[in-house]
Design a protein around this ligand. Structure first.
Ligand SMILES: Nc1nc2c(ncn2[C@@H]2O[C@H](COP(=O)(O)OP(=O)(O)OP(=O)(O)O)[C@@H](O)[C@H]2O)c(=O)[nH]1
Ligand SMILES: [Mg+2]
Length: 461
């Protein structure tokens, strides 16, 4: 049922001095009055909405806690429904007992993301705003928080509305022309239509080009360090995260398990993985398992950046060549060759690597040379010259990107149809492009997509 009463503890359970319990749904103001008794002896509903009231939480047996309770009246609440927020003490047992008292009133536990889902259904939030709230909660960097908070305040929604409004008016002009060909409708000659359409195509292209940076800033860049044994992977891993977490020795085959940690690169988070060195064969069953895990991570679709390490102090060998060959086939990731140990005498034929994988970066984990250049290189590959303004609209998620791509394909197809003179067809194609673009903000999206988005939230959000 949509409007039934739900409740959950919205703060981390058992941590902190105060816990916040949220209740939402028709009738929750009077329901909570059965367990909450203001010190003033008045009732909660005697106070105006949004007034913070101090009082006691009691169940049938006794006093449980003292609390500050605030009620919000529909539609002026987070969910858009009547809501109550109870701030009680934060201990695990006491906050659970307050929640149990609330649930004893016939109110049910909220599901994950249910508060935000209701806010969406009641038009308090657009879908991109709701997604951005999820991004704020899970942001891995300070820049991620800034960007997501701005998107949560509606900058992407506003941009999408501008684009879809223009497209809607274009479609209606075309249909007006088709239905009333004899009227002197000025704005529908082929040239004007073509120009408007080109403008919309350009706007969608600009928006799509924000995805790489938007996604990197909000979710971090999944990065894997690969290379033959002893090339210096764990040393580089430690240098980038600025901590000695991975074991470094001169024994080839030191690292077996995959190690994961985050590194900050000029405000952007690298989700860095150190792996077992890749060589043709090993007698060691554990090392072999480590290599299999490393290969799986290297080729995983989740991985966006590969740092491929080559030892400057050793000549190119079969293991390096096999890695180059494997990486030449990788098209869905950014591959950066990294030449290690530049503090030692150079024996590596760098040209042989660069001929296949492009320009690399020369570093030494021993004395820190080149590490900044490597960070610059990563930053410019994903973000560009500088961090975008958080207030500029950006696509941050795969779902958003794929619907804008679909919309853009439609616009391009419509342009081609216009050029061949099929106006009826153009109108229809534009309508389906419009449907895709409206989906960015879930106007007209399927129930399962909405469910999937909100299932990523935690209970109480
Ligand atoms: N001179 C010099 N030695 C380095 C540098 N980086 C790593 N080494 C040395 O190279 C050896 C191997 O370093 P690791 O970082 O363990 O190499 P790895 O690629 O993780 O090796 P495996 O885990 O065995 O695959 C160690 O003796 C390091 O001290 C460097 O920049 N300069
Ligand atoms: Mg290692």
């Amino acid at each position: 049922m949509l409007n039934d009463m739900i409740a959950a503890i919205s703060t981390p359970i058992g941590k902190g001095g105060v816990a916040l319990i949220r209740v939402s749904g028709n009738g929750c103001h009077t329901a909570v009055e059965k367990i909450f008794f203001p010190i003033s002896k008045k009732r909660l509903t005697d106070y105006s909405p949004r007034f913070a009231v101090y009082g006691e939480i009691r169940d049938a047996r006794s006093l449980i806690d003292t609390a500050i309770v605030t009620r919000f009246s529909s539609p002026h609440s987070f969910t858009g429904e009547d809501m109550v927020e109870i701030s009680c003490h934060g201990g695990y047992v006491v906050s659970s007992m307050v929640l149990e008292a609330v649930l004893s009133l016939g109110i049910r536990m909220a599901e994950a993301g249910e508060f935000t889902r209701r806010a969406f259904i009641n038009d308090k939030l657009s879908l991109t705003e709701a997604e951005a709230i999820g991004d704020v909660l899970s942001a891995v960097s300070r820049e991620g928080v800034r960007l997501s908070s701005s998107q949560a305040s509606g900058v992407l929604s506003a941009r999408m509305k501008e684009i879809t409004d223009k497209l809607t008016s274009l479609i209606s002009s075309i249909y007006a022309y088709i239905d009333y060909p004899d009227e002197d409708l000025e704005d529908v000659d082929d040239e004007t239509l073509g120009i408007t359409l080109d403008g919309l195509i350009g706007e969608c292209e600009t928006l799509l080009s924000t995805y790489r940076a938007g996604n990197a800033i909000t979710h971090g860049i999944p990065t894997v360090i690969v290379g033959k044994p002893n090339v210096g992977k764990s040393s580089l891993f430690n240098s980038l995260i600025r901590e000695d977490r991975a074991i470094v020795t001169d024994i080839p085959g030191t690292t077996r398990d995959m190690l994961e940690y985050t590194a900050d690169v000029k405000g952007v988070t690298l989700r860095l993985t150190d792996t077992a060195g890749l060589r043709e064969s090993t007698e060691d069953a554990i090392e072999e398992m480590g290599m299999n895990i490393a290969r799986a991570r290297l080729f995983s679709p989740e991985t966006s950046l590969v740092l491929a390490l080559f030892d400057l102090s050793r000549e190119l060998d079969g293991d390096d060549e096999r890695l180059i060959e494997a990486l030449e086939g990788v098209t869905d990731k950014t591959v950066i060759p990294v030449y290690t140990k530049c503090d030692l005498e150079t024996r590596l034929d760098v040209d042989a690597v660069e001929g296949a994988l492009g320009k690399g970066v020369t570093v030494s984990s021993r004395d820190g040379q080149g590490l900044e250049a490597l960070e610059e290189r990563i930053f410019s590959a994903f973000i560009g010259e500088e961090l975008p303004q958080p207030e500029s609209p950006m696509l941050t998620g795969v779902r958003q990107r794929s619907v804008v791509e679909r919309g853009l394909d439609g616009l391009r197809q419509a342009k081609a149809e216009l050029e061949t003179g099929f106006k009826d067809m153009t109108g229809m194609t534009l309508e389906s492009a419009l449907a895709s673009l409206l989906e960015v903000d879930a106007r007209g999206v399927g129930e399962h997509i909405v469910d999937e988005i909100f299932s990523k939230f935690c209970v109480g959000k």
